[in-house]
Ligand binder design. Structure first.
Ligand code: GLU
Length: 508
């Protein structure tokens, strides 16, 4: 049987890092089994619908390289691909209504005769009596005939306890307290998530439901509906067995009945403080914002995969292909994973270092400082070679390299804030720089080796430590707190500019 996983976002705003992990994990499962990864747009909540959100979702997935096999097509509005569409829930009304009518016919769904105010009154009453509100306790005896425009509710057939297996959480059990006559079709004619996702997952032949832990609490509700719809509740299908590695099933599969998907509820991503769910206020930025800040998609994928998953080794850097090979749901941790942006930035630096120069050059093409426009590609590539190891994000480029393209403004603070250099008197500094300038001016060639030889000689002549002499030269030539190796830096800046910069400072 083919594995089919899905990402089912609601187009209600930007897509933040937490949401995207719910796309990555199903993507990895689909790819490692040569299965299919489906994008379904859950747009039934008209009140929360945000124009443009779907494009943002597609743009994000596309940037991350999480290509989907079925669903709305990237870059083309109103176009879908796949045999199980439509992939927008608002275009599937007829399908939900067909299922709803079947439930009505079987006495498993009924019209909710109460006004929203009346339902609210029930809720308030429960609250004042300090008990959980359960609609089923107000189930009408003779509900009116249902028609579009009225909420349609599921009639929970049996109040009981359910046990089920979750590929991440393990064996689970919950029951009566969570079972209720939930709404299937709202007054606006659209289905609720609770109903629509079950219909869609079945109709789209989804084998794995991988989603956020917030849905765990509703599992008894869903299981009760699955059961009412005639699903095989044994969770013992072939794909289940593949997932578990060996056959742990105790009950016999019932081939004539539709099968339950595998459920995998992925724990929340926690705020950096670790004590609450990551929210927009804790810096849960949109994924595209990270892109604009110079984060590579490789680093973002690497980071997200490891938010709550590890393969039991100390390895830090994983490519998407390696993740496809190594990822497994049973190694996703059950507790929440803390969001650590510093780690993302560290991983990004690791990934930048691993890029081929040509690739890196292409990715930074828009990021050079304005003055770089006057320099040719060969020169910029040389600058990039030197900067590559120091970039934490692509956007660091203009700041880290500006002195290769323009005369840097003198910044005395760099000297006074330097622990070693501030011990020197102004005369000592001047003497050192004068000697350096004179010796550097004498070298015949200007290769990194020539310069290094000269720098070594300067250490002997001046009797200074590299930490002092080289830092001083570096600062006066670049006016930057850090630079690549001094000899490489001077070589690229060129003899003339190096000597001029030293002289200019001496003139002061
Ligand atoms: N539309 C739901 C959400 O965005 C999808 C949950 C699921 O994957 O089933 O949270």
């Amino acid at each position: 049987m083919t594995v089919r996983t899905r990402f089912a976002p609601s187009p209600t705003g930007y897509i933040h890092v937490g949401n995207v992990r719910s796309a990555l994990y199903p993507y990895l499962i689909a790819r490692q089994t040569s299965g299919q990864f489906i994008l379904r747009i859950e747009d039934t909540d008209q009140a929360r619908f945000v124009e443009g959100a779907e494009d943002l979702i597609k743009d994000t997935l596309n940037w991350l390289g999480l290509n989907w096999d079925e669903g709305p097509v990237f870059g083309q509005t109103d176009k879908e691909t796949g045999d199980f569409g439509p992939y927008h829930q608002t275009s599937r009304r007829e399908i939900y209504l067909k299922w709803a009518r079947e439930l009505i016919d079987r006495g498993l769904a009924y019209a909710d005769p109460y006004s929203p105010e009346e339902v609210q009154a029930f809720r308030d009453q429960a609250k004042s009596e300090k008990r959980a509100f359960l609609y089923r306790q107000h189930r009408p005896n003779n509900p009116p005939e249902w028609h579009l425009g009225m909420p349609l509710r599921f009639r929970v057939p049996e109040i009981k306890r359910y046990t089920w297996r979750d590929a991440v959480m393990g064996e689970m059990s919950a029951g009566p307290e969570a079972l209720d006559d939930f709404i299937l079709i709202k007054a606006d004619g659209l289905p609720t998530y609770n109903f629509a996702h079950i219909v869609d997952d079945f109709e789209m032949k989804i084998t794995h439901v991988i989603r956020g832990a917030e849905y765990v609490a509703s599992m008894p509700k869903y299981l009760s509906l699955y059961e009412a719809l005639g699903f095989d509740m044994s969770q013992s299908d072939a794909h289940q067995v593949i997932e578990q590695g060996d056959d742990k099933s105790t009950s016999t599969p019932q081939p004539d009945k539709p099968r339950l998907p595998i459920f995998a509820h992925v724990p929340h991503i926690l705020a950096p403080s670790g004590n609450k769910k990551l929210g927009k206020r804790d810096g849960a930025k949109s994924v595209t914002e990270y892109r604009d800040e110079g984060i590579l998609p490789e680093a973002m994928i690497n980071f997200l995969a490891q938010l709550g998953w590890n393969d039991g080794t100390e390895q830090d850097v994983y490519s998407l292909n390696e993740l496809i090979e190594k990822f497994s749901l049973d190694r996703v941790q059950r507790s929440g994973a803390r969001f650590d942006e510093q780690r993302l930035i560290w991983l990004n630096g690791q990934w930048i270092r691993r890029l081929e120069l040509d690739d890196l050059y292409d990715r930074v093409s828009d990021l050079w400082s304005d003055s770089a426009i006057n320099y040719d590609e060969a020169y910029k590539r040389q600058v990039l070679v030197l900067a590559q190891d120091r970039l934490k994000t692509l956007c660091d480029l203009p700041n880290l390299t500006s002195y290769f393209f323009e005369e840097p403004p003198i910044d005395e603070d760099l000297i006074t804030n330097n622990k070693q250099l501030r011990k020197l008197t102004a005369e000592e500094r001047r003497d050192l720089l004068e000697t350096a300038r004179t010796e550097l001016a004498k070298i015949a060639g200007w290769t990194p080796e020539d310069i290094q030889n000269c720098l070594n000689e300067l250490l002997e002549i001046t009797g200074q430590k590299p930490g002092i002499l080289f830092s001083l030269i570096r600062i006066v030539v670049t006016w930057a707190p850090f630079s690549p190796q001094l000899n490489d830096t001077l070589a690229l800046i060129g003899r003339e500019r190096t000597l001029i910069r030293l002289q200019e400072y001496l003139n002061l």
